[in-house]
Ligand binder design. Structure first.
Ligand code: CO8
Length: 260
């Protein structure tokens, strides 16, 4: 039987999503985007899954972009649908009250870099390369890159990357604030799992609300964002986890959160 193009494996609330098309450096074609969208929707409705790690199959690429051989044949309408399909998927990742970590194990180019940027943060192996080479193909990023990258590293560095199409190595990406941590080749998934396991011990409802507050606050004027934060902060005092977390501290024991 053929291997699935997207593999998922869940253990103890952490789901590993592996993009599995290594012969094309995990390039995103329509079938892969559909399979990824289906996996992400299953994850959204699975209450057992709290943290998602996205990685690529093989040791060469996370995702080397959208599939150029498929895109080469597209007309305007097909390209628009293709881009929307990708954007819908990424928006779901950005807005879901679960944590997404990109474990970048090689090339993260074009749509692949944009997929990593939609995650909450990125861990990268030392051989990772990041780039938005769309202009070398006569197009521009269409998967959120012109919006998410400038919000992360500012417009000037984004323009340098987008206009030149140049790749950034893992340590430079770390220095620019794109990557949270660079690790030895072959260990990125384990390192991402380690931080995920630390997070699993915390109040995951609170983490979900913190994610939403950070995301929505970045698109609001500061005064409104601060008000939004205090209202969410107040609401968390109606949760079991707030009672448990604070009681556990006062009773000098470990908190047993139930994510309610
Ligand atoms: N699309 C299709 N096939 C690809 C892609 C890709 N993006 N990247 C690599 N492949 C294929 C190659 O064609 C090759 O296939 P084959 O063996 O059949 O010839 C195989 O993967 C291995 O690749 P290479 O032999 O080229 O490997 P190298 O180690 O020599 O080079 C590189 C690796 C540098 C990563 C090189 O493959 C490369 O430059 N790839 C293209 C990168 C790129 O330009 N990506 C951006 C695409 S545009 C994009 O992502 C737009 C997103 C916006 C819209 C998204 C909507 C979803």
């Amino acid at each position: 039987m053929n291997e699935p193009i997207v593999k998922t494996n869940t253990e103890n609330g952490i789901c590993i999503v592996t993009i599995n098309r290594p012969q094309s450096l995990n390039a995103l074609n329509s079938a892969l985007l559909d399979a990824l969208a289906e996996s992400i929707e299953n994850i959204r409705t699975d209450n057992e899954i709290k943290i998602v790690l996205i990685t690529g199959s093989g040791d060469k690429a996370f995702v080397a972009g959208a599939d150029i051989s498929e895109m080469a044949e597209m007309n305007t309408v097909q390209a628009l649908h293709f881009s929307r399909k990708g954007q819908d998927l990424l928006r779901k990742i950005e807005t879901m009250d679960k944590v997404f970590i990109a474990a970048v194990n090689g090339y993260a180019l074009g749509g692949g870099f944009e997929l990593a940027l939609a995650c909450d943060f990125i861990y990268a192996s030392s051989n990772a390369q990041f780039g938005l080479p769309e202009v070398t193909l006569g197009i521009m990023p269409g998967f959120g890159g012109t919006q998410n990258l400038p919000r992360l590293i500012g417009p000037n560095r984004s323009k340098e990357l987008i206009f030149s199409g140049k790749m950034l190595g893992a340590s430079q990406a770390e220095a620019w604030g794109i990557v949270n941590k660079v690790v030895e080749q072959g260990t990125v998934l384990d390192e991402a799992k380690n931080i995920a396991e630390t997070m699993m011990k915390n109040g995951l409802t609170a983490i979900g609300f913190a994610k939403e507050t950070i995301r929505s606050g970045l698109n609001m004027p500061k005064n409104a964002a601060i008000l939004h934060e205090s209202s969410i902060f107040g609401n968390l005092f109606s949760t079991f986890d707030q009672k448990e977390g604070m009681s556990a501290f006062l009773e000098k024991r470990k908190a047993l959160f139930s994510n309610m």
